[in-house]
Design a protein around this ligand. Structure first.
Ligand code: UT7
Length: 380
């Protein structure tokens, strides 16, 4: 099947290079133990438990204590993923994060060092909430080109470090955590092999989710009048609209390139930005709520950690089982977006450090917004 769309991706299924693929063999996640409820936030913010539940779908989020940085959570999740894969060594490590420990150096080398992977090539990927699928795509490329055979990919975020606790338009949304996978060389037809990727970016919307200060545009040495510029600024409804449209289209493109129609998709794993966004993407693709696992109620939006955290939690709860055809989609600052597929492998043992149980939460529990997506080409 040839698909000509804005996110058109070559199908890997029949190409000669498709014989090698990145196969999922390990899965782990870790959450800080401090639970912050909506009621906790309402003590200092002009918001309410009811507003946050119905408009975003979040009940609680985890927050790191002051001594815990992104690398600390990445090490925990990475270690659990390696334990899950039963590997003691990998050939490369990629860390997706928007909240590195420092601007310089990147955070991946210290994570690799602390995981007992000395001298392993290790680097950060920055693509906001799309970071994890960007990082798995880079890792798959390393495996395809035989540059690496086995790669550890981690998504980890300390969102609480970059969120203004007095800003009610961002503070309720985000949480901290980390998730990780181990990918190894396999064959495209193997269960667990990552399928085609539909991804993209649109820098026209660079200001829609942005930390204005602290980079080369406005370095810390030239501070503005207040310190508000060091926090995330987000144009919420603008981001909402684009998130639904881009994730829906990318998900559709990735599914089409894999040769899947709507009925073939057993599970939709969508970035946990807002439960209403997840519901709108599912509606746009025609996927019923019972096929859309969710953990946003308990962990909020953990940016680049969102997809691997949800994969781990859903697998641990038996919501992802061998043979399930899984479609993943994410969207984030930049804007950036990505979607990909895989068939869930047998004998994958997820390790979810510090919970939580999903308690049957699904995207369908919130008001479904009915956002128009104008998808190009329909999933049949
Ligand atoms: O991970 C990728 C990046 N992030 C996202 O994808 C997030 C995308 N955006 C969203 O999830 C939603 O747009 C938000 C959750 C940020 C906001 O929800 P919304 O339904 O789009 O609300 P809104 O911004 O349109 O605001 C509606 C009302 C406003 O009041 P008025 O003007 O109607 O009187 C806001 O002032 O809700 C008010 N509001 C709040 N009220 C109580 C905004 N934030 C809050 C709050 N508590 N925390």
């Amino acid at each position: 099947m040839t698909y000509e769309g804005p996110n058109a991706v070559p199908s890997r299924r029949n190409s000669p290079s498709s014989r090698v693929a990145a196969r999922l063999i390990g899965l782990g996640s870790w959450l800080p133990s401090r639970v912050v409820t909506n009621a906790d936030l309402s003590l200092t913010l002009d918001t309410s438990d009811e507003w946050i539940r119905t408009r975003i779908g979040i009940a609680t989020r985890r927050m790191a204590d002051r001594d815990t940085a992104t690398s600390d959570m990445a090490v925990e999740a990475g270690s659990l993923a390696m334990k899950s894969a039963e590997v003691a060594h990998v050939d490369a490590m990629v860390l997706a994060t928007a909240t590195p420990d420092h601007t310089v150096p990147s955070t991946a080398p210290v994570v690799a060092h602390r995981l007992g992977l000395p001298c392993v090539p290790a680097f950060d990927v920055g693509a906001g909430c799309s970071g994890f699928l960007y990082a798995t795509t880079v890792a798959a490329g390393l495996i395809h080109s035989a540059t690496a055979r086995t790669v550890l990919v981690i998504g980890a975020e300390t969102m609480s470090a970059i969120i203004n606790p007095t800003d009610r338009t961002t503070a309720p949304i985000f949480g901290d955590g980390a998730g990780a996978v181990v990918l190894t060389a396999g064959r495209a037809e193997d269960a667990g092999a990552l399928g085609p990727v539909a991804w993209g970016s649109d820098g026209e919307h660079t200001d829609a989710i942005c930390i204005p200060d602290g980079g080369s545009r406005r370095p810390p040495a030239r501070p503005t009048a207040d310190d508000n510029g060091r926090y995330v600024h987000m144009q919420g409804s603008e981001v909402f609209r684009h998130a639904v449209r881009r994730m829906s289209q990318a998900a559709k493109d990735a599914a089409s390139a894999t040769g899947w129609g709507t009925d073939d998709i057993d599970r939709l794993i969508v970035h946990q930005a807002n439960a209403r966004i997840g519901a709108a993407v599912a509606d746009a693709l025609g996927i019923p709520p019972e096929r859309v696992p969710s953990n946003i109620a308990h962990v909020a939006n953990t940016s680049a950690a969102s997809i691997p955290l949800l994969l781990t939690h859903a697998a641990a709860e038996g919501q992802l089982t061998a043979g399930n055809r899984v479609l993943m989609a994410c969207f984030g600052a930049g804007f950036t977006w990505a979607a990909s597929t895989l068939t869930w492998p047998e004998n994958l043992k997820p390790f979810a450090g510090n919970g939580p149980a999903l308690s049957g939460d699904r995207q369908g529990h919130v008001d479904r917004p009915g956002v128009s997506t104008d998808l190009e080409g329909g999933l049949s």
